[in-house]
Write a protein that binds this ligand. Sequence first.
Ligand code: HPA
Length: 272
Amino acid sequence: MDEMKRINLAADKVMAELGHAEIGVILGSGLGDFAGVLRNAARIPYSEIPSFPRSTVPGHAGMLVCGELHGRRVVMMQGRFHYYEGYSMKDVTLPVRVMQKMGVKTLIVTNACGGVNLDYEPGDLMVISDIFSMTGVNPLMGENLDEFGPRFPDMSCVFDRELRRLAHACAAEQGFSLREGVYCQFPGPCYETPAEIRMVRILGADAVGMSTVPEAIAARHGGMRVLGVSCITNMAAGILDQPLCHEEVTETAGRVKEKFKSLLDGVIAKLD
Ligand code: HPA
């Protein structure tokens, strides 16, 4: 199906059920229940949105929830789509396009990731300063969607400086500090090898994960302001003398969830 037709089909249904929104939040692993803070919330399962993919990852509820928070209309994705699920980058970024149709101007992207920077520790929260991808694919490949943005969009500042400052200020107000660093996307689903981690450390990565880059690119293409916050759930492969497992990721994400949620709440309260 024509990409624009697909986006419009999904957006029409979502807007009929949820209305409009000005702020979008993509909730990564373990953070889905943050959507519970929304007042007067309406929700729609991904399975009821035409042309939407299905969420196949355990712990991702697969629901779009929209309501009010601090007097703002906020739409939240409980669970995202990943390239490793076999979805195309167009599938992965479809929800961002739909959010833009809903009126979203500011997108907050969250994720769980592995720490590459040796100063980091599991449980740290990191503001994303910049991104790069080892997937070799880009969600903007193919016919350009002129309605959203230009063929060759600028990516020299994907993550809004003011929003990054705001995140640090909110954390400081709440009594903790945030890391700030470069997030590198691998395709997954296997975790990286120690050699891959050494490689991307040399290339400038502070953290690695399997998401976020396509959504951030699509959002910037559409002119949204973007804030990215990562939870370092584990040290990346080869740093510690122990294997990586999904349980460690979910365990750490669970441990810092309340801090993560209160940071997001603080940021949304202060967004201009
Ligand atoms: N690598 C990739 N993705 C991840 C990791 C990791 O170490 N931890 C959580 N998501």
